[in-house]
Design a protein around this ligand. Structure first.
Ligand SMILES: Nc1nc2c(c(=O)[nH]1)N[C@H]1C(S)=C(S)[C@@H](COP(=O)(O)O)O[C@H]1N2
Ligand SMILES: [Mo]
Length: 180
């Protein structure tokens, strides 16, 4: 084999490997899909809720919600969301706050099956207009949520940028007191 041919072959092998690496399929979102989530931490009643259980709460709808990333990039629109208020779920779980000032030091952590986590303060949810826009949702456009975010997700509809607190694949809600 001449030097030139060997060199050519090596180049072809390297190029092929490069393409194989670059075109590796993205992680399959189906492996993150959740069908239930828990509510735990500082609550009187630990809950474990599936879509069918959410039907027992007062229904909430959001007609159209532009999704905007933290970077400012526009990510499209969430249409016809059906869900329930996170506040209503927490009221059923009953936040444990024996001292008059406890709730002011509490946060609610919404976690997803891929490790994504976002935080709300108790005050945001229960003592500000923002709370009226925080929903756990299970239907979009009249259909169950697809694998890319389903079957249960959460969104804070009154955020300036709605992407960050759009939690796909909701897995748990944890109530925590973070200051003494
Ligand atoms: N579970 C989960 N939810 C998530 C994220 C994530 O990585 N995991 N990324 C967030 C961010 S930063 C944005 S902007 C929106 C939109 O992400 P998408 O374009 O991947 O749908 O989802 C949000 N929700
Ligand atoms: Mo984002």
């Amino acid at each position: 084999m001449t030097y030139l041919v060997r060199h050519l072959l090596a180049t072809i092998v390297l190029l092929a490997a490069g393409f194989a690496w670059a075109s590796e399929p993205p992680t399959d979102p189906a492996r993150f899909v959740t069908t239930r989530f828990t509510v735990d931490g500082a609550v009187e009643n630990r809950l474990d809720l599936g879509v069918e259980d959410l039907a027992q709460f007062p229904p909430q709808q959001i007609g159209e919600l532009p999704l905007v990333c933290q970077s400012g990039a526009n990510l499209g629109t969430l249409e016809q969301l059906k869900g329930v208020l996170l506040r209503d779920i927490l009221e059923k779980a009953v936040v444990k706050a024996p001292e008059h000032n406890d709730v002011k030091k509490m946060v609610v952590v919404a976690a997803a099956s891929d490790g994504y986590r976002v935080v709300f303060s108790w005050s945001e949810l229960f003592n500000s207009p923002l709370g009226e826009g925080v929903i756990v949702f299970f239907e979009k456009d009249g259909r169950p949520l697809a694998d890319d975010e389903g079957r249960i997700a959460l969104v804070s509809g009154k955020d300036l940028r709605t992407g960050p607190r759009h939690v796909k694949w909701l897995q748990s809600i944890e109530v925590r007191k973070i200051a003494d």
